[in-house]
Design a protein around this ligand. Sequence first.
Ligand code: ZN
Length: 137
Amino acid sequence: MNQALRSQVRTREGNRCEYCLIHQEHDSFFTFPIDHIVARQHGGDTTLGNLALSCFRCNSRKGPNIASIDPLSGRLTELYHPRRARWKHHFEWIGPMINGKTDVGRATVSLLAMNHPDIVLLRELLIEEGTFPPVVD
Ligand SMILES: [Zn+2]
């Protein structure tokens, strides 16, 4: 992946993880990786339409997965696709917690461990500062 493409992905969504919405400046340890939404091993290509900025935590939990189990219904469902769907359609904030509103949202929250205690604690601090959550579509 060339540097221009990387830069486009980073700036497109304001240098935030497109899954949990944490900003790069809130993670001093890892430069956010670029996620292939549909992993290359499933035929996903390296183009803007298949790339998303992802924090290290979300990226490492997602891995090459493109589907998971909705914990409510127990059914197999696709994961959230940041290029094809709107965050607000599938997720909502309940305080510092991300709630999945749909089967896709619930499966993604679960697989990516989007409410791990460490990240919830960070969100609580950012909410106290008044810098989180961001307004998104
Ligand atoms: Zn994330």
